[in-house]
Design a protein around this ligand. Structure first.
Ligand code: HEC
Length: 100
C-alpha cells in the first residue's frame, strides 16, 4: 500500500503540474495554497452572481453547479477539489462538524 500511495502521489503531481501552469495563464487571480477554501470559493464563484450560500443547497446540487460553472469561473483543476471539499463541508446536508 505504501508503494502504491507513493506512486499515486507521483502520478497526481504529474497530472497537476501541467494544470497549474495552464491555470496560471487562464486564471488572472492567484490560486495559491495560502488562499482559504472559502475565499477561493467566493473569488471564483462570484463572477456572475453573488456567491450562493452553500448552506442553502445540498451537496449533490452544489457539486453539479461546480462542474457546470468551473471552466467559466476560471477554476483550475487543482482548485476544483479544494472548492468541492469546501462545498461538501458547508452544504445543507454536510456532516456535523465536531469542533469549530
Ligand atoms: C459564467 C457565469 C457564472 C459563474 C462563473 C458561476 N455561475 Fe452560478 N449561476 C449562473 C447563472 C446564470 C445562474 C442562474 C441564474 C441565477 O440564479 O442568477 C447561476 C445560479 C447558480 C446557483 C443557484 C441555482 C438555483 O437554482 O438556485 C448556484 C448554487 C450556483 N450558481 C453555483 C455556482 C458555483 C458553485 C460557481 C463557482 C464554481 C458558480 N455558480 C459560478 C452563472 C454563473
Amino acid at each position: 500500500m505504501q508503494r502504491f500511495s507513493v506512486r499515486a502521489s507521483l502520478l497526481a503531481a504529474a497530472l497537476v503540474a501541467p494544470a497549474l501552469s495552464w491555470g496560471a495563464c487562464a486564471a488572472a487571480a492567484s490560486s495559491r495554497a495560502d488562499v482559504a477554501p472559502r475565499d477561493l470559493y467566493r473569488r471564483r464563484c462570484s463572477a456572475c452572481h453573488v456567491p450562493r450560500d452553500p448552506a442553502r443547497y445540498d451537496f449533490a446540487t452544489l457539486n453539479r453547479f461546480l462542474d457546470r460553472f468551473a471552466w467559466r469561473a476560471g477554476v483550475t483543476d487543482d482548485e476544483k477539489p479544494i472548492i468541492r471539499e469546501f462545498l461538501k463541508s458547508s452544504a445543507r446536508d454536510a456532516a456535523p462538524v465536531a469542533a469549530k
